[in-house]
Design a protein around this ligand. Sequence first.
Ligand code: UFG
Length: 379
Amino acid sequence: MVATAAECFSEYPAVPQTVVMPAVAGTVLVTGGAGFIGSHTVLELLNLNREVVVVDNLVNAAQGVVKPASLERVERLTGKAVTFYSLDVLDKPALAKVFKQHEISTVIHFAALKAVGESVEKPLAYYRNNVNGTIALLDVMEECGCKSLIFSSSATVYGSPQSLPVDETHPTGVAITNPYGRTKFVIEEILKDLCVADKEFSAVLLRYFNPVGAHASGDIGEDPNGPPNNLMPYVSQVAVGRRPKLQVFGGDYDTPDGTGVRDYLHVVDLAKGHLAALPKSAEPGCHIYNLGTGSGFSVLQVIEAFKKASGRDIPYEVVARRAGDVASLYADSSKAERELGWRAELTLDDMCASAWRWQSRNKYGFSAPPAEGDTNGRA
Ligand code: UFG
């Protein structure tokens, strides 16, 4: 079911456009483009007049009237059409047809399963979707002569960091605590090997820190399936009254207030990071960048900022640490600034204000409210 949201579209404050139009031409294929980061990136690509084709298997995205709800809203916001194919990247014949139908110059590869806890329960599903899915995509790219990929990696490849802030020279693959994180690490290694073997191939590995927030319109945003695993969507569902209270995982870390510290990054800044990486994706070789703000905020600081943005109370209780969490993780993103001309510009207050705009206007995300008697997702 899809919310009839026509009435909730309105003018929204302009977001400063600081990324210059990349020199690289051609159509960009976005896998997983109906998801949270994918849809924000598609919107920014369209705003720069790039030709965009999206493939998504919709396991983590609500269907709209004729295409994913997130992309229908992106079309409304940009006034541009998105070419969309409902397919899984593991389906090589279907994917090859897309490459034959469009002149794809670069692929931005988001499609993946991403729930850390679920990956512990279902490791094979994670290796199949994330690792085999990427190999299937690379096979098709090879067959069709496309040699440029921007990969959605994660700060999780650093495991438990030995020093902070973490830069790209920090060792990876050591002490990663879950299969999801290992899939990101394994894919990075595959791409590095591919760049050694094929001197024409370009891979840009973007290691995201903690993407949060929503487009300034409040019309697209994060819409997790079931109870959110991550802090910001959980906090916003408490604020909007879908859940009674937040559990703060651990109050005894070696941090200023005892709660975990992370580098939260506005999803619009992150989307623009992909645009800034496009010219690099035309240079053969493997290019690695952290995308973060360089500042760490604790769970309690996020709660305070969200309270201020929403004007709502956020009840919480401090409980035991969550297995696999590190005390603090924040980025040194100076390489992205030096080489890509990219820097995060939006603040924690911007992240909370936009997340609240999205959540308060779309209490149940892209879905209609649950039917009478169905309490799933409600407090
Ligand atoms: N937290 C809570 N309560 C919650 C959820 C989270 O207290 O209900 C805390 C966590 O313990 C942590 C902080 O909020 O201290 C951030 O947790 P998130 O789950 O939002 O984010 P993580 O840093 O654990 O994970 C994120 C991405 C992963 C990625 C990882 C890389 O979700 O995909 O960063 O470090 F692998």
